[in-house]
Design a protein around this ligand. Structure first.
Ligand code: ATP
Ligand code: MG
Length: 138
């Protein structure tokens, strides 16, 4: 059954001009782009989004990075969207990412890794609602 997931094209990939190529990979993999918005976010917005990581040593660095330039926020839909997007993204550290994955192709490091994707149904629900109003998701 069609499932929705939340994704971000991160500031490194936007800055380097990879956004369109990443969107093409996502569409080629069978995802429908339900909604998409380019914007810059504040450090406080990043902190709220990555709240689950607040005790991790890289939290400050992560929030500064995510608020360092424009990003694309998007909602994607397909059967098994959450797991399939994680597969298409590749491992968090691009050094460990499989050939052909978005992080293998476009990510620079474990911190600046091109794309985010929700990791479970409950996090997808939280993340969708964090960035988009209900009327944007019809
Ligand atoms: P994301 O949540 O962005 O989709 P992920 O689920 O693969 O990535 P998480 O463990 O949730 O990885 O970490 C969230 C983000 O924090 C990573 O994508 C990366 O940008 C950053 N991060 C994770 N580990 C490190 C680290 N050791 N050093 C620096 N940044 C890190
Ligand atoms: Mg994660």
């Amino acid at each position: 059954m069609a499932q929705r997931t939340f994704s971000i094209i991160k500031p490194d990939a936007v800055r380097d001009g990879h956004a369109a190529a990443i969107l093409a990979d996502i569409e080629k993999a069978g995802f429908k782009i339900v909604t998409i918005r380019k914007q810059s976010i504040s450090n406080a917005q990043a902190q709220g989004f990555y709240y689950v990581h607040k005790e991790r040593p890289f939290f400050g660095e992560l929030c500064s990075f995510m608020s360092s330039g424009p990003i694309f926020l998007m909602v994607l839909e397909k059967d098994n969207a959450i797991a399939d997007l994680r597969k298409l993204m590749g491992a968090t550290n691009p050094a460990n990412a499989e050939e052909g994955t978005i992080r293998k192709k476009y990510a620079k490091s474990i911190g600046e890794n091109a794309i985010h994707g929700s990791d479970a149904e409950d996090t997808a629900k939280f993340e969708l609602g964090y960035w988009f109003a209900g009327y944007e998701l019809i």
